[in-house]
Design a protein around this ligand. Structure first.
Ligand code: ATP
Length: 323
């Protein structure tokens, strides 16, 4: 997708999202997420290629696409002059919700986004979070089979975010396909069945959150040693290096032990302990940390020295080994 000024915002994106999936679209600012979502919802036309939503081609049949989706843009679409109830009535009319279903639908949505108490107050007096919640409700009035949500929880406080997450999960459980962009990795991790990571207009990775974490991130096992003298730490490090079962990427001395970063730290832990026991190194505590989506993101952003230890503040970065 190339803008009129020549900016090539999205290049060669190929995506297949299945019925009922909760799909997350992640990427740094300017990666092209909004451009992609606007192309999917018919607001932009792809310079090359085609898009089919619910079986309809976005170029040949944009109206049919629009009627079968819900789209929540980053900018709010609510009318601030109107109350939540009035905004929802307008949305019902716009999306052609059958008249006899409208009032029930509106009441359900008011409860969902917790705006019943202010249902008849003008939205201009609302906080940003309340406006966002109302916006969420308006795009769902026609119970579309697919919803596109462009950073839907930005500006919401944690409690409101949880409430909205629950609703997204609920509509997804009922069979609605959800396509979500978010800046919150925790949100993607919590909600999405599958993710695509977009960088510089191209998809670099797709997979489940767990697949991405294990493909890109590493695990870290942090050992607390009874004897954390430098000599003993070096003995443990030598033992770890010799251990074929552990695919260590980095080994560091910490304030009270040793931290080992490895692709397979968790599964190699018992072999590690057997070997350390044989070397008379007494472990008083240990912790295994799995990679997070933050690690994945930082790794992709070129920060390859993340998650090296669980004891960041006390780490002595004296001994680091990278293959
Ligand atoms: N109307 C436009 N005309 C020209 N270039 C644009 C236009 N809109 C966006 N771009 C450019 O296209 C690229 C992708 O922008 P886009 O808004 O799709 O990214 P994004 O991943 O959604 O970022 P953000 O998270 O900041 O919203 C950026 O380089 C942006 O500057």
């Amino acid at each position: 997708m190339t803008y009129d000024d020549g900016t090539e915002a999205v290049r060669g994106v190929s995506l297949d999202v299945g019925d009922g999936e909760f799909f997350g679209f992640l990427g740094p600012n300017g990666a092209g997420k909004t451009t992609t979502i606007k192309t999917l919802v018919t607001l932009l036309h792809p310079t090359e290629g085609s898009v089919r939503i619910n079986g309809y081609d976005t170029k040949a049949d944009p109206q049919a696409v629009r009627e079968s989706i819900g789209y929540m843009a980053q900018e709010t679409s609510i009318d601030f002059e109107l109350t939540p109830r009035e905004n929802l009535r307008v949305a019902c009319r716009m999306y052609g919700v059958p008249t006899e279903e409208r009032e029930d639908r509106i009441e359900e949505l008011l409860d969902l986004v917790d705006l019943r108490d202010v249902a008849d107050k003008r939205a201009e007096t609302f906080s940003g979070g309340m406006q966002k919640r109302l916006d969420t409700a308006t795009v769902l009035v026609h119970r579309p089979p697919v919803v596109f949500l462009d950073e839907p929880t930005t500006g919401l406080d944690p409690e409101a975010r949880l409430r909205v997450w629950n609703y997204f999960e609920e509509i997804n459980d009922r069979g609605t396909t959800v396509f979500l962009t978010t800046q919150y990795l925790e949100e993607a991790n919590e909600l999405c069945d599958r993710l695509a990571i977009l960088q510089d207009g191209q998809i670099t990775h797709t997979g489940t959150p767990d697949e991405l974490k294990s493909a890109i991130g590493t695990e870290t096992v942090t050992l607390t040693l009874q004897d954390a003298s430098e000599e003993n730490q070096r003995r443990v490090i030598d033992t770890v290096r010799r251990l074929g079962a552990l695919d260590a990427v980095a080994i560091e001395r910490t304030a009270d032990g040793v931290a080992i970063e490895a692709d397979n730290a968790r599964s190699a832990t018992s072999d590690l302990f057997t070997e350390l026991a044989a070397a008379n190194a007494t472990i008083t505590d240990f912790d295994v940390q799995s990679p997070t989506l933050d690690d994945v993101f930082l790794t992709l952003a070129g920060e390859d020295d993340v998650g090296a230890t669980g004891a960041a503040g006390d780490t002595v970065r004296a001994q680091e080994v990278r293959r």
